[in-house]
Design a protein around this ligand. Structure first.
Ligand code: NAD
Ligand code: UDP
Length: 386
């Protein structure tokens, strides 16, 4: 840890970071990294600390004096400004960010992703504090290629689908497709942050995650989350595999995604934290363009990997098709394809992801099996007994 230097060879000075949403999936991995590999201090803000409990207790841990948890709902707590003032850098991760909520709770989604983020931006700007704000790859919406005829050869041309921070348009569906409430709220807060930079000199970095996945993502319905809840695809498919149910493919599972291992992505965030001169004023795609699959292919790969790590045979019918209306309800729509352009992050931070999809699924599903298999068995035998 001693003698750590930034990308320009300068020694890295320890700073204090106000991390909002620190108790979530990304926040928990970022806190772990900051505690184990750096000397930075974290003021961890969230409504829940379940995913970072292991970092907070017992008080004898080597980093005990470098992390403190503040149970704060940023919607209505006057302590937020004080914490931002105490810190050198604020990282805002807080959001409603599960697609099942976008069309069923659009007001909560818009408030969470736009209105609740406003004071954070304002306090950073007014107090001259640096901000790293988490946006989303969903900001790109659909690709230009999605509007070409199915058999058009142009669909194979990267110019029609690769997503570039400084060139691609944001293409959302109509207002009645409330799926886009999240992307639209994230877009407006990005524009506001950018404008604060341009007009008031706010030092900002915007992160656009492309499907980061790994241990501690979301919840398993009925075990550590609501039994009717619908998490993101990794947890949905893990839940199906753990319960020996077929994996549900929404609208044929034809949408394409690129998945990146959380630990690779966290490396990129650490570079942003420690290289402000290279990261300020930039918007960064953070994804793995080499890990592209259709959702159907993801289901097939997860089925194989789970069988390997659990020692259980696969089902005879491993997947079933469901309509998006049935699965998510009215107003759902989807991004067709998400390949991040890596030019800007390569140039500014010399960062590239490392982990293949198979390897990241193997470590993640090993974790899921170890963490949940027994609890699910017990829950299932209880419900059969009743
Ligand atoms: P997450 O849901 O696990 O974490 C979000 C955290 O914010 C939760 O712990 C939640 O309790 C907290 N939070 C929400 N509202 C709050 C409030 N009002 N006050 C205090 N805390 C609050 O999600 P994540 O996957 O860790 O995502 C973090 C950020 O990254 C989000 O902004 C999300 O939009 C963005 N993002 C993530 C991905 C991904 O692949 N995981 C993809 C695109 C965008
Ligand atoms: N999906 C699916 N079955 C599920 C959950 C999700 O087919 O059980 C699909 C969903 O329709 C989308 C993709 O998987 O096309 C990724 O969904 P996720 O919730 O991870 O979020 P997104 O990438 O759309 O933001």
């Amino acid at each position: 840890m001693a003698g750590r230097v930034d990308l320009d060879g300068n020694p890295i000075k320890p700073i204090t970071i106000c991390m909002i949403g620190a108790g979530g999936f990304i926040g928990s991995h970022l806190c772990e990294k900051l505690m184990s590999e750096t000397q930075h201090k974290v003021l961890a803000v969230d409504v829940s600390n379940d995913k970072i409990k292991h970092l907070l207790e017992p008080a004898t841990l080597a980093w005990a004096d470098r992390i403190e948890f503040h149970r704060i709902n940023i919607k209505n707590d006057s302590r937020l400004e004080g914490l931002i003032k105490m810190a050198d850098l604020t990282i805002n991760l807080a959001a409603i960010c599960t697609p099942a909520d976008y069309n069923t709770r659009p007001l909560d989604t818009i408030y969470s992703n736009f209105i609740d983020a406003l004071p954070v931006v304002k306090y950073c700007s007014e107090n001259g504090k640096r901000l790293i704000h988490f946006s989303t790859c969903e900001i790109y919406g659909k690709t230009i290629g999605a509007f070409l005829p199915k058999d058009s050869p142009l669909r194979q041309d990267p110019a029609y689908y690769v997503l570039k921070e400084d060139a691609s348009p944001c293409i959302f569906g109509p207002i009645e497709k409330q799926r886009w409430s999240y992307a639209c709220a994230k877009q407006l807060i990005e524009r506001l942050i950018y404008a604060e930079g341009a007009e008031n000199g706010l030092e900002f970095t915007i992160v656009r995650p492309f499907n980061w996945i790994g241990p501690r993502m979301d919840f398993i319905p009925g075990i550590d989350g609501p039994s009717e809840g619908v998490p993101r695809v990794l947890a949905c498919f893990s839940n199906n595999l753990l319960r020996r149910e077929p994996l549900k493919l929404v609208d044929g599972g034809e949408s394409q995604r690129t998945f990146i291992y959380i630990k690779d992505a966290i490396e990129a965030v650490l570079l942003m934290i420690e290289n402000p001169a290279r990261a300020n004023g930039h918007i960064f795609n953070v994804g793995n363009p080499n890990n592209e699959v259709t959702v159907r292919q993801l289901a097939e790969m997860m089925t194989k990997v789970y069988s390997k790590v659990s020692g259980e045979s696969s089902l005879e019918t491993p997947t079933i098709d469901v309509s998006s209306k049935e699965f998510y309800g009215e107003g759902y729509d989807d991004s067709d394809k998400r390949i991040p352009d890596m030019t800007i992050i390569n140039k500014q931070l010399a960062w590239n992801p490392k982990t293949s999809l198979w390897d990241l699924l193997e470590s993640t599903l090993t974790y899921q099996h170890r963490t949940y298999a027994e609890a699910i068995k017990q829950a299932m035998s209880k419900s059969t007994a009743n």
